[in-house]
Design a protein around this ligand. Structure first.
Ligand code: ZN
Ligand code: ZN
Ligand code: ZN
Length: 130
């Protein structure tokens, strides 16, 4: 019995903005609902879709190269060589934000709306809005 392992996808669509309130939309492709104003937005990005369908992933069990074949993430894949299964998960998008207090670069996962960040180096608290 092999454990189900997760492999992070290498491709992600660029972050999109809500057409009605201009806040960041949750990452993903297709019909996305804005978390701020509730508007439904259709996000498409052909280059990312092609890259996701053609994405080559090494099987984490036997290292055979598999092709994802779909732009859906997460997607469960089964290796043809070793029958091992794994889940190809969406790429985690991180943004770099400069601390206004000490110019240190913080890498954060963007979430729609306003949030407070605390710099781990100088303890400055500041707000960012996506
Ligand atoms: Zn919105
Ligand atoms: Zn395999
Ligand atoms: Zn700082």
């Amino acid at each position: 019995m092999m454990d189900r392992v997760e492999v992070e996808s290498k491709h992600a669509p660029p972050l999109a903005e809500c057409a009605s309130c201009e806040h960041m939309l949750p990452p993903g492709l297709g019909d996305i609902t804005c978390e701020i104003c509730g508007a439904g937005c259709r996000v498409t990005h052909d280059l990312t879709v092609e890259a996701l369908i053609d994405e080559k992933v090494p099987c984490p069990h036997c290292h055979t190269i598999l092709v994802a074949g779909t732009d859906e993430r997460p997607i469960d894949l089964t290796c043809g060589s070793c029958s091992g299964g794994f889940t190809l998960t969406p790429k985690v998008i991180k943004l770099e934000i400069e601390c206004p207090g000490c110019d240190r670069t913080l890498r954060i996962r963007p979430k729609p709306g306003k949030r407070q960040l605390n710099c781990p180096a100088c303890e400055t608290a500041f707000h960012v809005t996506f």
